[in-house]
Ligand binder design. Sequence first.
Ligand code: CP
Ligand code: NVA
Length: 304
Amino acid sequence: MSTSPAKHFLTLLDLTREELDGLLDLADRLKFERGTHEKPLAGKTVAIVLEKASTRTRLSFEVGAHELGAMPTTLIAQHTQMGRGEPLTDTAKMFSRFVHAVVYRTHGHEKVVELASAATIPIINGLSDSVHPCQLLADLMTIREHRGAIDGERVAWIGDGNNMAHSYLYAAARYAIDLRLACPDGYDPDPAIVARARELGANVTLTRDPNEAAAGATVVTTDVFTSMGQEDEAATRLEAFSGFQVDDQLMARADEDAVFLHCLPAHRGEEVSASVLEGNASRVFDQAENRLHAQKALLVTLLC
Ligand code: CP
Ligand code: NVA
């Protein structure tokens, strides 16, 4: 059981620019040395607690913890006492006596904050309705890998002003990204998150026009129109997001060497055409693989 204050990772802003750069360097090294690197987490246990579906996040932390020498254990929250109303603060105190870190995927962001408030071990936000910081580590790693650098990139976000859009806003607060978000009326990012990012120096443009956002972009990215928990709104959203598909025509507006990213899962024919998702500009499977390396680097950063 740890008694010292733990370092949590609830949003990208929990890491400084220097820490992020170091983490991305480590992720690159762990990728290069996969199968041969040291096991700095030997003897530790990482819990992954899921209140929503997950493929990549679960896999990246399970495989990542294992490759670093730790034991992962995944709890489907509905099958635990959390699903029967055990207070999050009690849960946090109990987890702190069993495991060395918790990855928590939930709905309201306040739940991750509450868990962290009573935990003496690092709490990692594995996606909340507000942000998806673990995904951004992989996205930043992929941008560096395929574009050479993050500073100076022009990133076009097309679609919902959701947890991923918010995470790009925080990324723009840490890196010199020219971030242009095209969102339909009623689906803008949270103004408080836009304001916070701008306060921290983010260069952000909001528009209703996907063509304007994509013009000259070096990275074009999007996400589902309907996030987990919003299933009842799917039909309304499909209508509202008409014209916001990343297709070949939109990609043609971007820089000729632009890359396409998507956190996945993707819905072909909705937010992205099959031709873009599977086309030459797409780096989505490198991006998905980079979840593993980035999450390993995060665990080492928080636990070593
Ligand atoms: N991108 C992402 O977080 O994927 P999962 O929902 O499969 O974890
Ligand atoms: N915005 C999506 C991301 C899934 C990885 C969601 O929250 O469902």
